[in-house]
Design a protein around this ligand. Structure first.
Ligand code: ZN
Length: 278
């Protein structure tokens, strides 16, 4: 399968890739390199506030693919569970105000003291089902993102695309729910091509970075595409065969390396890697 080079207008860079920048600096950096799509991170949004954020985005002609991350609805006690639902309703409204297509959803991991994975999974299913109506009313898609099984305990009880699709089947609201596929989280899955074909029109987002062969940290040592073992272009090809035509969203959490570098160097490197690796 030959996959064509990614055009610049299908490149998106998540704000979290430039953790060294504040909200405005990251958006301005993307724009001056001709990148006009991004995903907004909640912590950066909190720093600047919604009104000013919208101004900065409009001033830089920036399209927002998604707000990240929402969900985190596995709490077992009702007070925490209801508080999490309230927060998600707020994030759905913020997503709409930002002009985002989606709120990216991670389920959350096992709550403190809980060792029953099924309990946490069922709680997540219940929580996500309660978000269908507010998301539908706001016109915001909820993009469920499976995460790597090494973070199942703390971040996501959904680790594979297959399990995510089963959850979407249970939710039964494909006009609201879909998938965010992050190559870093699912590259190791030998059934991935089959699962992406099964997902079809439920594929909403494609996040990329690279898995470094000798990673030092499963969350914060993501590599630049081309530096590790992930064939992002192959995965994009499978996504496109299944009907996906959206952007490739670069999402690199890199405490040791890329977050330490000048932001222009990071974006220039991404643009170079686009030719062979995205
Ligand atoms: Zn992601």
């Amino acid at each position: 399968m030959t996959v064509s080079e990614l055009p610049l207008d299908r490149l998106s860079i998540h704000q979290a890739t430039l953790m060294q920048c504040d909200f405005r600096e990251s958006i301005e950096c993307f724009a001056r390199h001709g990148v006009h799509q991004t995903a907004i991170w909640r912590d950066k949004l909190e720093q600047i506030g919604l009104d000013e954020a919208v101004q900065v985005l409009q001033g830089n002609d920036m399209k927002v693919n998604a707000l990240c991350p929402g969900g985190l609805v596995t709490a077992v006690d009702d007070k925490s569970f209801n508080a999490a639902l309230d927060m998600n309703r707020r994030w759905i409204d913020q997503s709409a105000a930002l002009g985002a297509d989606s709120l990216v959803i991670i389920t959350g991991g096992l709550p403190d003291g809980e060792t029953n994975l099924t309990v946490a999974h069922d709680r997540a299913l219940e929580g996500l089902s309660r978000l269908i109506d507010p998301a539908r009313a706001a016109g915001i898609r909820l993009a469920l993102e499976p995460l790597h099984p090494m973070v199942c305990g703390g971040r996501s009880v959904i680790s594979t695309v297959a399990d995510a699709l089963d959850m979407l089947d249970d939710l039964g609201a494909d006009d609201v729910f879909g998938l965010a596929i992050d190559s870093y989280a699912v590259w190791w899955d030998l059934t991935l091509p089959y699962q992406l074909a099964r997902a079809g029109s439920r594929l909403l987002h494609f996040h990329t970075s690279d898995w470094l062969r000798d990673t030092k940290d499963v969350r914060f040592d993501r590599g630049m595409p081309g530096d590790g073992v992930t064939d992002n272009r192959q995965i994009r090809g499978w996504m496109e065969q299944a009907g996906f035509a959206g952007p490739v969203e670069i999402e690199i959490f890199s405490e040791r390396d890329w977050w330490q570098r000048p932001p222009d160097e990071v974006v220039e490197t991404i643009l170079e890697r686009r030719e062979a690796w995205l």
